[in-house]
Design a protein around this ligand. Structure first.
Ligand SMILES: C[C@@H]1N[C@@H](C(=O)NCc2ccccc2)[C@H](O)[C@@H]1O
Length: 450
């Protein structure tokens, strides 16, 4: 155990109501929107190979030309209410929205820089429009904020000279001012999703960032901040020098999902995911593998089965409209959620042995188990291995509770559910109503002695 001044200030999960609600979201929406949506992954007819929201970093573009895009930003098709309805249609319980990405352009009229939507043809406060629209739909809002700010003259990747340090002191004040401004302007937001915190300049600010996190939490009790915001005094990120999670949840699952429950170390976490392989901002040419609705439903179930939330990214176009492919996916996922949402919302890791046919989730605070089935075996028999001393009282299809199953007990704690041959184009959910076995109701079979 190393003595730390600026490591994690909490061991174990937060147990307050705000975090309990966050834990139960299950499914969220990410929205990446900003000046990068105008070029949409190409410049002068040439396709940029990286992520569209990083196009400014591409050598092929003069930085000043990119930076002048704020004078062309006039999203005439922007309709925050339509975005919020799409999120509602999908079944998202929260949205994470980019207030400022790495390029430094602010989608709110910040007092601390000229590089904002106020100095664009559009002029109006986009962050406010989004917060209000999602609040009205009953979808909680988390604000994405990039500490790294390519536009700000005082941003530094590292602090090599005295001049660097003097400039970065100004940058730190600017960053604090913007964060306090966001929490003051939009008091209903539930959390901040930090990004652009990996460079040495920021990693060296353990004391400042720790103090700033404390100030923000004091300003907004219950505020949710992930593990990516700050490093400890030894430069350790996400987990401090004692291996304890920084912040309220693990924020490292970007475009990847834990392989097994042990990989989440009993922490809260969310996975943020792109529809293409790696495009967060709008890219006109979606190349490579584009995830299907079934793939994304499976990712959602997989995350919830390991105690996490799944957050799917949308990248609206430069005019503010959402592309048809994303609308279609939101509808497909939403249609499935309408029937099966009980297995996703306010659910957690069930503690059942993982089986090939799919995922177990458990309704928090109950003994109700859900089997989210993706791969029916040729035997049409779904194997279940329950935790010790667990009794299955009832088993039935969530979508049609009249379709009841009689579990066949194979051996102690192991059962088969035999399915009727069925055409299966979508995953389905089976409910297990279980109970703890009374003392002595062991299993029929003695365990083999090996
Ligand atoms: C949520 C995503 N994070 C931004 C990003 O730069 N990811 C690449 C990256 C991810 C992790 C460590 C360094 C760099 C992407 O542009 C998205 O905003």
């Amino acid at each position: 155990q190393i003595t730390l001044l600026h490591g994690s200030h909490r061991v174990g999960k937060r147990s307050d109501a705000a975090m309990e609600k966050w834990r139960g979201y299950g499914l969220g929406q990410f929205i990446h929107w900003g000046l990068y949506a105008i070029p949409g992954g190409a410049w002068n007819g040439k396709q940029y190979n990286g992520a569209a929201e990083w196009i400014r970093s591409w050598n092929g573009i003069p930085k000043s030309t990119y930076d002048s895009l704020n004078y062309s930003f006039n999203p005439t098709a922007f309709d925050a209410k339509a975005w919020a309805k799409t999120a509602r249609q999908m079944g998202a319980k929260y949205v994470t929205f980019t207030t400022k990405h790495h390029d430094g352009f602010c989608l709110w009229p910040s007092k601390y820089t000229k590089y904002t939507v106020k100095n664009s043809p559009y002029k109006k406060d986009i962050v406010k429009a989004v917060v209000d629209a999602y609040d009205q739909e009953g979808i909680d809002v988390i604000l994405y904020f990039s500490v790294m700010d390519w536009n700000h003259p005082d941003w530094r990747y590292d602090l090599k000279t005295k001049e660097d340090s003097i400039a970065f002191e100004r940058f730190k004040k600017f960053t604090r001012n913007q964060l306090i401004e966001l929490l003051t302007n939009y008091p209903t937001v539930k959390g901040l999703w930090f990004d652009g915190t990996w460079d040495k300049s920021w990693v060296k600010q353990a004391a400042f960032a720790d103090e700033l996190e404390t100030e923000m939490r004091k300003l907004r009790p219950g505020l949710i901040i992930g593990s990516r915001f700050r490093a400890d005094e030894n430069g350790k990120r996400h987990f401090d020098s004692n291996g304890v999670l920084m912040g309220d949840y693990e924020q490292g699952w970007e475009r990847k999902i834990p392989a097994k429950i042990e990989d989440v170390h009993g922490n809260d976490w969310d996975c943020v995911m792109t529809v293409p392989e790696n495009q967060w901002g709008y890219n006109a040419a979606w190349n490579g593998h584009i995830k299907t609705g079934n793939e994304l439903i499976e990712m959602t179930a997989r995350c919830v089965s390991m105690g996490g939330n799944f957050v799917l990214n949308f990248g609206p176009k430069g005019d503010g409209s959402i592309r048809q492919e994303e609308i279609k996916l939101a509808t497909e996922i939403g249609d499935w959620m309408k029937i099966n949402q009980e297995a996703i919302y306010n659910c957690e890791y069930a503690g059942y042995e993982k089986q090939d046919w799919g995922y177990f989730t458990k309704k928090s605070g109950t003994d109700k188990i859900y089997m989210v089935v993706f791969n029916v075996p040729v035997s049409a028999a779904l194997r279940i291995k329950t935790p010790p001393k667990t009794i299955i009282k009832k088993a039935y299809l969530l979508a049609d509770t009249q379709e009841v199953f009689s579990p066949e007990e194979i051996s102690g704690d192991e059962y088969f559910l035999h399915l009727k041959k069925r055409e299966q184009s979508k995953p389905f959910v089976i409910v297990l109503e279980t109970a703890k076995a009374e003392k002595g109701n062991g299993t029929k079979y003695e365990k083999a002695k090996i």
